[in-house]
Design a protein around this ligand. Sequence first.
Ligand code: SAM
Length: 201
Amino acid sequence: MAVDRRDWDRRHREREFIEHLDPNRFLVPEVEGLTPGRALDLAAGAGRNAVWLATLGWAVTAVDWSEVALGKGRLLAERHAVEVEWILADLREWEPSSRAFDLVLVAYLQPAAEERHAVWRRAAEAVAEGGRLIVIGHDADNFTRGWGGPSDPASLYTAEEVVEVVGVALEVVRAEQVLRPVEAEEGPRQAVDNVVVAVRR
Ligand SMILES: C[S@@+](CC[C@H](N)C(=O)[O-])C[C@H]1O[C@@H](n2cnc3c(N)ncnc32)[C@H](O)[C@@H]1O
C-alpha cells in the first residue's frame, strides 16, 4: 500500500522528539575518517543524520516532503547550534545538482521499486568526483525474519537491487545485509537492514 505525504506528517507528529544526537548506527563508521565537504541527505526525516553530519563540519542539505519532519529537524539543528539547508520537496520530482556532493545519503526510503530506483539514480548522479553514496534500508528478508519496518514486501529491497541501479554510475565498495538490534516492548529483537556504499573515482 502506498504511503503518502500526509501519512508521513502524521507518523512524524506521533514520534517523540529526540533531542540528543542519534545518527544511524551503520552511517557512523562509514563517515568516520572522511574529510567533511558537501553532504546531501535525501528523505532526511527529522534530521538525525543531517544534524549529526553538520556537527562534524559537513555542509548539509536535507530533503524531505514532510513539513513536520523538517520542523523537528530545524529544532534539532538549533539545539546543536548547527546550520542545515532544509528543502521541502517530493523526491519523485526533485533533482539534486549533478556531481555536486561529497556524500549523498538515502536512508530508509522505501517506496515502490520504480520510485526508489529513480531516487537512487538521481542520488548517484549527485555524487561529486571522489565522493560517495550511502544507501541504507529495510531488507527484503526483514519481512520473514526481521523486526518492524514496512509491512508491504513491495517496499522492501536487497543490497543487490541497489547495486544494480547505482553500480551503473558508481563503483560499489560495500553491499551487504546487516542486522540492527532493536529494543522492542517484547524484549530485544533484530531488524534486517542492508547497506550499500558506492564511490565516484
Ligand atoms: C523512515 S523515514 C527515514 C528518515 C531518515 N532517513 C532516517 O533514517 O531517520 C522515511 C522518510 O522518507 C520521507 N519520504 C518518503 N517519500 C518521500 C518523497 N517522495 N519525497 C520526500 N520525502 C519522502 C518521509 O517523509 C520520511 O521522513
